[in-house]
Design a protein around this ligand. Sequence first.
Ligand code: GDP
Ligand code: MG
Length: 464
Amino acid sequence: MYSGIQVFAAPRTHNAPLTSNLTEEQRKQLCGLLENAELTLLYKASVHGYQASAFHQRCDRQGPTLLVAYNYSGYVFGGYTSVDYAQSGQQIIDDKAFLFSVHGGAPLCIYVNSGNYARSDDAGGPNFGQQLYFCYNNQATVYNQILNKYMGVKFNAFNFSPATLYGNDTQLSECEVYKVEQNPQVSAEEKPWRNVLWTADRRLQLMKMIRNHTPLMTSVSRVKILMIGPVGAGKSSFFNSINSIFMGRITSKAMSGSAGTSLTTQFRTYPVKDGREKKPLPFVLCDTMGLEEQSGAGLDIEDINSILQGHVPDRYKFNPTAPFQPDEQKASRPASLQEKIHCVVYVIDATKISLMSDKLQEKLASIRRKVNSLGIAQIILMTKVDEACPLVEKDLQSLYLSSYIKSKVQEVSSRLGVPVSCVLPVKNYSQELELELNCDVLLLTALQQMLNFADDYLDDAGHE
Ligand SMILES: Nc1nc2c(ncn2[C@@H]2O[C@H](COP(=O)(O)OP(=O)(O)O)[C@@H](O)[C@H]2O)c(=O)[nH]1
Ligand SMILES: [Mg+2]
């Protein structure tokens, strides 16, 4: 039976934000095994404890779930069951159940042998086929029960070898359980829930409106739009996409696709020029680079306040340990309306909305309160709609027919407290070599909306 050092992880606070240990690549691989379902983290042993009771408290009656265990040898492995955990005392028939392992390369997937019970639905920790027990004995271990004919079992429910599944390393560094929800994205609505004219004429018309946009206040020559969002959400890509449209070819002026955290948080303002004429367009996109969820990392609420008030100069490097100090001369008089931010855009990755941590949501909420108090217009730019929904990936025109995208728009709206009508889904240019009409129409529509919203703000500010 099991021998070795047993690690007992004491449960930490129950309010700690749950963050998945899966890498983006692993998440994609697992979602692939589940026909692109969506994963929501329910239980994390290092946070809630390895006890069976902690597991059941979080995971019972949650529908289909995916268990993901991690060991010190770098194996990510576990199992899927489509049947609720319910402590029913029953043997569960579940022909969709499988065991998996991700250890470099393509994931291994082992389905339950037909006619076998996929698991025993008892009060103990999670098990598969009464063969593989996770959090065995309420500990950070996995236990492989070797069955034989003397135990009255004809066949193993799962044919796996502990060596390939988890490298024979029974010591777990983590164990997570995810709720698995099948994306309703294959279901297309009959009528689009927003109307878009996907035509070259419309693109031309939008470009013309944007070019000729004159901010409502004569003292303001260019609308200042601030983009805020986590690293990797697509802020730089949005700027590059807009720049590309007006240049008539794919450009990449702002560095995009950088690593996990933005170590230097630099404030950049990007004017956009109109094609070869080099005439500046009437807006500036401001990029804050990163919004890390931990405090003391990424942008701070005070820094954002300084940006909103127009005190922060281009290329200013934020110090993650101390807020921005405006120089005294400047601080004594308030910035002019021209220098202030006129529209705030929260850039949110459509594929990450459900996995958004409480910390990040809180941080965004405190920013929103600040922005609200200043009366500045706010918009959510929901990026990566192509990655989020296969229907949309195939054809961007089906965006407003996708029930899944609709549900994501509603979810991000309620998580951030911004009305649904202010959520603008887009697909940025990321790997494309050429401009594409549908992409352009969506991106320009979003920009046009930002300019309109900024006008509402300027209108209000002008009356004060
Ligand atoms: N498929 C897809 N990829 C995107 C989209 N927007 C951004 N990306 C990719 O996401 C990664 C991060 O984007 P980036 O603009 O650097 O994010 P930032 O940290 O917010 O500036 C890059 O690899 C982009 O190519 C999108 O709409 N669709
Ligand atoms: Mg960036």
